[in-house]
Design a protein around this ligand. Sequence first.
Ligand code: F6R
Length: 255
Amino acid sequence: MAEVVILPDADAVGALAADLLASVVRERPDAVLGLATGSTPLTTYRALAALGLDLSAVRGFALDEYVGLPTGHPQSYRAVIDREAVQPLGLTPSLVAVPGGDPIETAGEDYERRLVDAGGVDVQILGIGRTGHIGFNEPGSSFASTTRVKTLTEATRRDNARFFDGPDEVPRHCITQGLGTILRARHLVLLAFGAAKAEAVAAAVEGPVTASCPGSAIQLHPRVSVLLDEPAASALRFADYYRQAWADKPAWQGL
Ligand code: F6R
């Protein structure tokens, strides 16, 4: 099962996730990192940038992208990844891939090929949506799915309207790594903050494995770290056990 770590706040989680990423890159300077966008990974990117490592050989693959935004739109995930990850971390722009492009019909297959050619993702950072989505795999997504165009739920469009001038500006479609793609990464690190994520986190970590909660796919993966602040952990049935296991964890084990 997943290892669940409950920490006081998003900064503490970001510091722990950054330490993990740093150890992977120290061992392998051209490691392949799976990059998430949205609010959740920001403390991790900030903490990793503060470590001052040379990340110029690191390769990156974004989870997803909106479909239908003009090139260069500030809320396109290409622009967000450039602003929030590539620049502060000192990544090499040509080594960071974002799905999508023209023609969109074959962009998913192209992305899958690029992931395979890169040797797969070493560590995949994940956020989770209130619908239980990881990447933009909304409820009903196949656990075997690969990168493809999907329709966003209205709930997700509403949640993401905060980044746009209004709810109608949020695209209806996206291209996202599939659940099958995500499950091929060698280590999944799912981060979540705030009480609004508590139900989705509990469903993903402790609920039945079901396409109705795409995040529950993580239960099928042999190496998962779920790093939470207290409010995001508030609906977990076994929270006390996770705290105890973390406190008693043998020093040699690592994440
Ligand atoms: C982003 C992504 C999404 C977000 C999720 C949470 O690349 O794939 O799954 O991680 O929607 O978004 P935030 O972090 O903004 O709460």
